[in-house]
Design a protein around this ligand. Structure first.
Ligand SMILES: Cc1cc2nc3c(=O)[nH]c(=O)nc-3n(C[C@H](O)[C@H](O)[C@H](O)COP(=O)(O)OP(=O)(O)OC[C@H]3O[C@@H](n4cnc5c(N)ncnc54)[C@H](O)[C@@H]3O)c2cc1C
Length: 380
């Protein structure tokens, strides 16, 4: 942490202290998450918002802390590491960025001040036929007098059941290039013609299908310019990948710490299992990987803070690929090093495995990140 400013170090310490007090025991975490079924506890989240942390990276004129990418990453890393159930914070921050950059002042006031106060937001890009090929959007918004009428389906939408608004990426025109004719519209929760249906996953109550049927939304809720949705999405690329990377980094750190404690205590053949070289060297490797990943993530975050307008597609994809694959590897290795206890629900490593497995899938899979990195070298 030596590269952090004193106030950032103090912020990290405060979040760690909060995590110890509020979520430090298994019993506390079970109660806050309904035994692991709920990744997000709104009551706790509202208290965290009151501390000013949820708005750490929201501009001051909307009540936020006015911080940048490093501050946002610190919070994402620490809530993961401390297992604070604020599971819809990352997606809220992903939805916040296009609003902050492109929305009207009235929408910014409504959405950003709400986020600072602890409201959850969702962002809906994916569809049944638009997954990795995310520009292949067919959910349609037809221009009518005074607004848009939306028809179509979205899928895998994190936190939509808890969100105040959904930032919808939809098609307002169709041409020869699928990247053109996309727009962003802020859809309030509970809008007539919007149905939200939960999808069961390994991660509990997390994601949803959205069905739009003749759903009218006033024109003032257009975010940015009609037809500019793809450009606006791409402008948030650094932000989205950094958020997921920091979250995954925190997961890896937590799994590492938990397994380290375990291998020092668990004895076989008359000695702690951590003293066997086969275990000790794996932990040495993981510690090295975690440290390297941390440098990668915070180097990009610092670059974004120095110049928020410049996109870093290669580095952002490297961060996302490295941090999420490391979270998966650390939890799986953690499970193996804990033997049967790693597999048992009584310990939490199995839950950490489940949480980490999805990180190389959402926000663009590892295969897609490798494609982006390879293309940046003129390959493919
Ligand atoms: C828990 C969770 C939360 C999510 N939250 C959101 C959200 O809030 N908002 C939202 O819009 N979306 C969300 N998503 C959607 C997520 O971004 C997509 O699932 C992801 O982009 C992959 O799309 P897909 O599932 O359709 O898989 P597919 O695109 O069908 O991919 C299937 C497999 O094929 C591979 N593949 C596809 N194309 C290529 C290629 N060109 N080269 C090599 N391999 C390829 C993929 O890497 C993958 O392994 C979420 C998903 C999950 C699981």
């Amino acid at each position: 942490m030596q590269q952090l400013a004193p106030e950032q170090r103090a912020f990290v310490e405060a979040v760690r202290d909060f995590a110890r007090r509020e979520c430090g025991t298994r019993e506390q975490r079970e109660a806050l998450t309904d035994h692991g079924r709920e990744p997000h506890n709104q009551e706790l989240y509202t208290r965290i918002a009151e501390l000013g942390w949820v708005g750490v990276a929201i501009p001051e004129r909307y009540g936020g802390g006015g911080g940048g990418a490093v501050d946002m990453c610190l919070l994402c890393e620490e809530f993961s590491r401390g297992q604070i159930p604020m599971g819809f914070f990352p997606i809220t921050m992903m939805a916040a960025k296009p609003v902050e950059r492109f929305a009207t002042e009235a929408l910014k006031d409504e959405l950003l001040t709400g986020i600072v106060a602890g409201r959850v937001e969702a962002i809906a890009m994916s569809e049944p036929e638009a997954g990795s090929d995310v520009a292949n959007v067919s959910c349609r918004a037809e221009r009518v007098d005074g607004g848009y009428v939306i028809d179509g389906q979205k899928t895998w939408i994190t936190g939509a059941h808890a969100a105040a608004h959904i930032l919808l990426v939809c098609r307002t025109a169709r041409g020869s290039d699928k990247h053109q004719g996309l727009s962003m519209i802020s859809v309030p929760a509970g809008a007539d013609g919007l149905e939200v249906r939960g999808i069961e996953t390994m991660g509990g109550r997390e994601v949803n299908d959205l069905f739009f049927t003749d759903c009218f939304i006033p024109a003032e809720r257009l975010v940015g310019h009609e037809g500019e949705g793809w450009r606006q999405l791409m402008a948030g690329l650094n932000n989205e990948r950094l958020i997921i990377s920091a979250q995954a980094l925190g997961m890896a750190e937590r799994a590492f710490e938990d397994v380290l404690t375990y291998v020092k205590e668990r004895r076989q053949f008359g000695r702690p299992i951590g003293t066997f070289q086969a275990i000790a060297h794996r932990l040495a490797d993981l510690a090295t990987e975690i440290e390297a990943t941390r440098l990668l993530v915070y180097d990009l975050a610092a670059r974004v803070d120095a110049d928020p307008e410049t996109l870093h597609p290669r580095q952002a994809s490297m961060c996302k690929l490295k941090a999420t694959e490391l979270a998966k590897r650390t939890t799986l290795e953690g499970m193996q090093m804990m033997g049967g206890a790693g597999y048992a629900v009584e310990y939490e490593m199995e839950r950490q495995v489940r949480a980490s497995l999805v990180t190389p899938i959402y926000g663009g899979t590892s295969e897609i990140q490798r494609e982006i990195i390879a293309r940046s070298f003129g390959l493919g």
